[in-house]
Design a protein around this ligand. Structure first.
Ligand code: GLU
Length: 274
């Protein structure tokens, strides 16, 4: 057990094999926890059960170990804040959704991605490596007063209402001062998919807070997500951790590496490791 206050985490999503970008980020997280004599937690982010597979979990654990990375809490180790598989943490996410619904921070929304794209409202891209994305058109917002107006909140889709025009600022331990403006850089975002469960933004905030993570180390492709998550921490009355966003490893075409877009023969992907 570590007596340092530093608590970091590795949070892979088992929807594919790891690529070098993931491993570089995980190494940085591991190094920072080690340098602080802190605790490193391994949490598997497997809420997307349509894309996540057990065989990827096995491959990811092996790749982490083969890369010389270890952790002292979480999957295979246990600890005080388990379970460490998101698929087993549904009660935490449900409790968080019910608080957001109660306070009116979210509203029920079933507008399709197609309809959002059709509106053509593009978010400003503050960094070149950011993928273009659409802003949820404010005219589709639903006036939801909060409270328990819906009997079964878990079977509806919910979207977080962002404070338009407000800057979300944070001091990143790698990038320095970062600021995004709600309504310009990002819009209302989905937090719950009816019948399935939480979206990434909600699950990760609930878990990082519940696991007392003091510094979140992740790729710079998630900078904008961090801004959304800060709004969620605040809406849920949770303490915001520190952040360290790692520079992205880019492919030969200058685009960020991704599980789904990498060319088949890219040397940067770790495929089918046994
Ligand atoms: N599970 C996410 C991923 O693999 C990372 C989440 C995070 O660092 O917040 O991309």
């Amino acid at each position: 057990m570590s007596d340092s206050a530093y608590r970091g985490r590795l949070a892979p999503t088992p929807s594919g094999f790891l690529h070098l970008g993931h491993l570089r980020t995980f190494r940085t997280a591991w190094e920072r926890a080690r340098a602080a004599n802190g605790t490193l937690v391994l949490r598997i982010e497997d809420i997307d059960f349509e894309r996540c597979r057990d065989e990827y979990v096995v491959a990811i654990l092996k790749d982490l170990r083969d890369s010389g990375l270890d952790w002292s809490e979480g999957v295979e180790k246990g600890g005080p804040y388990g379970p460490y598989l998101q698929s087993q943490r549904m009660s935490f996410y449900r409790a968080a959704l019910s608080r957001l619904v109660e306070s009116g921070a979210v509203y029920p929304c079933s507008v399709s991605r197609k309809k959002i794209a059709e509106s053509g409202l593009l978010a400003r891209r503050k960094f070149d490596f950011m993928e273009p994305e659409y802003i949820f058109p404010p005219q589709f917002r639903v006036d939801f007063p909060g409270g328990d107006a819906l009997s079964d909140i878990y079977s509806a889709n919910w979207r977080f209402k962002v404070p338009d025009g407000e800057s979300v600022k944070f001091s990143d331990n790698f990038f320095g001062d970062v600021s995004f403006t709600a309504g310009i850089d990002f819009g209302d975002f989905a937090v719950w998919r009816g019948g399935f469960g939480p979206m990434y933004e909600l699950a990760v905030v609930v878990d990082d807070a519940n696991m007392h993570i003091s510094e979140v180390v992740r790729g710079a492709d998630l900078l904008l997500s961090t801004a959304r998550q800060i709004l969620l921490y605040k809406a849920l009355g949770l303490e915001v951790p520190e952040f360290y966003h790692c520079e992205l490893l880019l492919g030969d075409d200058g685009r960020k590496l991704s599980k789904s877009t990498l060319p088949k023969n890219s040397p940067n992907i770790i495929r089918n490791r046994k």
